[in-house]
Design a protein around this ligand. Sequence first.
Ligand code: AMP
Ligand code: FE
Ligand code: FE
Ligand code: ZN
Length: 289
Amino acid sequence: MPGHIDPRGAIDLHTHSSVSDGTEAPFELVRAAAAAGLGTIALTDHDSTAGWSEAFAAADETGVRVIPGMELSTNYGPVSVHMLAYLFDPLDPRLLAETAEIRDGRLHRAERIVERIGRDYDLTWADVLAQSVDGGTLGRPHIADALVAKGHVSDRSAAFQSILHWQGGYYEKYYAPSPLEGVRMIVAAGGVPVLAHPATRGRYRVIEEEAIAELVDAGLFGLEIHHRDNTEDGKERLFELAAKYDLVVTGSSDYHGEGKPNRLGENTTAREVLDRILAAATGTTAYPA
Ligand code: AMP
Ligand code: FE
Ligand code: FE
Ligand code: ZN
């Protein structure tokens, strides 16, 4: 297929594979991006870089350019804040240790959630493991898939609106660094941090301006404003913040394969913005560079 992809095609900077909670293997995800006519995608699995090399191989096959990335989990008090990280050194010891700790915490937290759900529904830990890739980043989506397989809910979204809802009675937090620590670690690893979907409802609600200013001082580079989960009011506020603090504005699908309705390329990022991200990064290069 090389040659069929326009290298100047659209840019989608936030996608997930089965290395975390997407439903397609990294190579399938890159093929899906090619089929959708995209020129560039960032692979941003939760707390893991395990899909990078497979995605690069699929970049060779398809001609789609892959920006290696990750969506780092952070906790801002009770609020879960996701930090996109692009083009950092995948062997940076601090980031490796931190993401290993987050994944381990997620695993044990998922076990506890399943243990408690198992008192009320027919659901075992083995059911959940059957829905995930070995060594992948476990999350509620895998528990959702197990609940679907057992016939307790119709799909992931239904699971998140009921049993897995953060106010649904079974929710538990998991360890993650603060957003400030996250930004510092990403920058120290030569990467470029962009705050993911900063204006959503519920558990991922907006963090206040002082906190964002602090992140900017530490090297925050951008805000993911064009994202289906940001509220319209929130987007307006984010555009003001981006202008005030000279932050780039990104857009993305946050594609999870069949795990979410989000479609590849439904929101995209301007080429000048990607160029600025590429110029700011020192940890590694895009593939192909
Ligand atoms: P966790 O990090 O384990 O608490 O699970 C949160 C993840 O679940 C997010 O990264 C989303 O990708 C996914 N998620 C959240 N809401 C939904 C939903 N309604 N349908 C499918 N996936 C969802
Ligand atoms: Fe996810
Ligand atoms: Fe996210
Ligand atoms: Zn995401």
